[in-house]
Design a protein around this ligand. Structure first.
Ligand SMILES: [Cu+2]
Length: 156
């Protein structure tokens, strides 16, 4: 008798857990509806070579949304200042843009807004450095896992 009651409790727990996961997933789907529909997990590279203006500043613009950055592969030159203009494509889900490579002078974290914001930095070392969104919804896949990640490639 005792072990069957125990089994019942386990079953109830497992069902509640999976119901909650599905509810959370459905909630996020409802929130994203009407914005962008992206095939989650199929990251496609969108390259952009930063353009250099007369003052020697390299510029690029990035739009972030569910669940992408466009472009998501920015190429910049080493030891020249970079101005990244970033904004959100829309929707209610919060996104940010994080870079965590202080060894290359690429270190920032900014919440995206509908209005463009500017990130300035000067890359000091060649290489490929990740950028990503560190947001997520409860215990579900992070935005980064869903495709909100990219690369800043620093070249000579
Ligand atoms: Cu995000």
């Amino acid at each position: 008798m005792k072990s069957s009651r125990f089994a019942l409790i386990i079953i109830v727990f497992v069902s509640l857990y999976s119901i909650t996961i599905h509810a959370a997933d459905a909630a996020e789907k409802v929130l994203t509806e009407g914005t962008q529909t992206h095939d989650h997990g199929t990251w496609q590279e969108k390259r952009f070579v930063a353009t250099v203006d007369g003052s020697g500043v390299q510029r690029a613009e990035i739009v972030g949304g569910e669940y992408f950055y466009d472009p998501n592969y920015i190429i910049v030159k080493v030891n020249k200042p970079v101005e990244l203009k970033v904004k959100k494509s829309g929707g209610y889900i919060p996104h940010d843009l994080v870079a965590n490579s202080p060894e290359a002078g690429i270190d920032f974290k900014l919440d995206l807004k509908r209005d463009a914001q500017t990130i300035t930095f000067t890359p000091t070392k060649t290489g490929k450095y990740p950028i990503y969104c560190d947001k997520g919804f409860l215990w579900l896949k992070s935005h980064r896992e869903k495709g909100m990640e990219g690369v800043i490639e620093v070249v000579e």
